[in-house]
Design a binder for this molecule. Structure first.
Ligand code: ADP
Ligand code: MG
Length: 394
C-alpha cells in the first residue's frame, strides 16, 4: 500500500520561527519509517510557501536564501473531484507541477498565525483533516487574557492581573502604573499574544514598569501586568485527546527559562536535532503526588474548556512556600510536541504523532458526517423570482 501523505507545515511569520523549524525536523525524522510520507510545507519569514526535499535537512536552514532558491513554491488547491492537494507552482515550459494528495496536515508552527487559528482556518476552508486544536481552541489558547477570563469563570485559579491596550496606555499612563502597583511587590509585564518569553519582564518599581511596557508594546498592542508569584516553581503538563476524552502526562519542572537561542546557536549540530527537548528539566517533577495530581486534573479541565484537540502543554505557576498553584498558559502547539513527557508513559514520539493524526481524521469524519449545506439551490428559478419580488417592494 502506498504511504499516506502528511503535510508537515512549519516556519511562518513568527518570532518563534526557528523553534518551529526544529520541531518540524523532529517530526519529519520521527515519521521517517512509518506508514506516512511526510511532505514539508515551509512558510518563510515573509510568508511565502515552499516544499521540496531540501527542506528536510536542518543544515540547509543556515542560508535561507539558498534554501528557498532550491525549494519549490507551492499552494493548497482542490482537484475537480474535490480532493485537496499540495501543488507545486512550477513555471518552466517543460516542467510539470507535482500534486500531493493530502491525507492530513500537521501544523508544527509556534506562535502567530500558525498557532492562533489562522492556518487552522485555511485547513478548514479546504476541508482537510489537521492535527491539534481547531480554529476556536487555537485562537483562545493564543490569547492570555481570554484564557484567564475563561478560567476565572470556571473556578480555575489564576494570578491577579490587569490588561491594557496601547491606546489606553497613551492616555492613562499614570492610572495604569498605579493599578500595577496594587498587584503586589513585583509584577510581570507580558504581551497578550506571544510566547517563548519574548517581551516578558519582572518589574519592581515604576521606572522598570515603564521600560518593560514600552519594550513589550514593540511586540503586541495588548499587554498584561500580573502579580509575580514568588518564590516561583514552574510546572508543566501535557494533555492528549479531545475535549470529551483526554489524558494528562506526567508533570515536568523546567529548570531556568526556555529562552530563545539564536538561530546559529540552535544549529550547532548536536543541539539541532533536540530543540526544546534539550532544555533542562526534571521529569517527573519533584513535587508532592497531591500537587502533581491536582495540576494534571486542572490541565485536563482547561484543555476541555477551551475546546482543545490533539495535544497541548499547559503551564502552571506554583508558590514554592505554600504549594498554591495558578494556571499560567496553554500552548496548543508546544515545542517538540512535548514528546519527552509522553515517553514517560511509554508512548514513543512516533506513536504520539500517529495518535494525533488519528484524532484529526476522526474529528474530520465526524464533522463531514453532519449536514453542511442544503441541496436546494437558492438561486434556482423560483428563488430568483422571489428576489425580484423583493426588489419591487423596495
Ligand atoms: N505571574 C508570574 N509570576 C512569576 N513569574 C512569571 C509570571 N508569569 C510569567 N512568569 C515567568 O515568565 C515566563 C514567561 O511567561 P509566560 O506567561 O509563560 O509567557 P510565554 O508565553 O512567553 O512563555 C514564565 O515561564 C515564568 O518564568
Ligand atoms: Mg510560557
Amino acid at each position: 500500500m502506498s504511504k499516506r501523505n502528511v503535510i508537515v507545515a512549519f516556519g511562518g511569520i513568527s518570532p518563534e520561527h526557528e523553534v518551529s523549524v526544529l520541531t518540524a525536523m523532529q517530526v519529519i525524522a520521527a515519521l521517517e519509517d512509518s506508514a506516512y510520507r511526510t511532505i514539508p510545507l515551509y512558510i518563510t519569514k515573509s510568508g511565502r510557501w515552499f516544499t521540496g526535499d531540501v527542506l528536510r535537512d536542518v543544515k540547509n536552514y543556515k542560508d535561507l536564501n539558498k534554501l528557498t532558491n532550491s525549494a519549490e513554491p507551492c499552494t493548497f488547491t482542490l482537484l475537480s473531484d474535490g480532493r485537496p492537494v499540495l501543488k507545486t507552482m512550477t513555471s518552466g515550459l517543460f516542467s510539470r507541477s507535482d500534486e500531493f494528495p493530502v491525507y492530513a496536515v500537521l501544523p508544527a508552527f509556534h506562535g502567530s498565525s500558525g498557532e492562533n487559528g489562522a492556518f487552522q482556518g485555511i485547513c478548514e476552508t479546504y476541508n482537510m483533516p489537521y492535527t491539534g486544536s481547531g480554529v476556536m481552541g487555537s485562537a483562545i489558547g493564543m490569547n492570555k487574557v481570554v484564557t484567564k477570563q475563561l478560567c476565572r469563570s470556571n473556578g480555575i485559579p489564576v494570578a491577579d492581573e490587569i490588561d491594557f491596550t496601547e491606546d489606553r496606555w497613551v492616555k492613562e499612563q499614570e492610572q495604569i502604573l498605579s493599578e500595577i502597583k496594587k498587584l503586589g511587590k513585583a509584577a510581570v509585564i507580558k504581551p497578550v499574544n506571544l510566547g517563548s518569553s519574548i517581551g516578558v519582564a519582572v518589574v519592581k518599581n515604576k521606572e522598570e514598569a515603564e521600560t518593560a511596557i514600552e519594550t513589550a508594546f514593540r511586540y503586541d498592542s495588548h499587554l498584561l501586568a500580573e502579580e509575580a508569584i514568588s518564590p516561583l516553581v514552574e510546572i508543566n503538563c501535557s494533555v492528549l485527546g479531545t475535549p470529551g476524552e483526554n489524558r494528562a502526562s506526567v508533570c515536568e519542572r523546567p529548570v531556568g527559562r526556555e529562552e530563545l537561542l539564536s538561530f546559529a546557536d540552535k544549529y550547532q549540530q548536536d543541539e539541532a536535532a533536540k530543540g526544546m527537548a534539550s532544555a533542562d528539566r526534571v521529569i517527573p517533577a519533584d513535587i508532592t503526588p497531591e500537587l502533581a495530581e491536582n495540576i494534571r486534573q486542572t490541565a485536563k479541565k482547561v484543555f476541555s474548556m477551551i475546546g482543545g484537540s490533539g495535544l497541548a502543554r499547559l503551564d502552571f505557576l506554583v508558590n514554592g512556600d505554600t504549594d498554591d498553584f495558578y494556571f499560567n498558559e496553554i500552548n496548543t502547539i508546544p515545542g517538540s510536541f512535548s514528546f519527552y513527557l509522553w515517553e514517560e508513559s511509554n508512548i514513543s514520539f512516533l506513536n504520539l504523532l500517529d495518535e494525533l493524526i488519528n484524532i484529526a481524521i476522526k474529528q474530520h469524519e465526524r464533522k463531514n458526517g453532519r449536514v453542511q449545506s442544503y441541496e436546494t439551490n437558492l438561486l434556482s428559478q423560483k428563488a430568483v423570482k422571489g428576489m425580484k419580488g423583493l426588489k419591487r417592494s423596495k
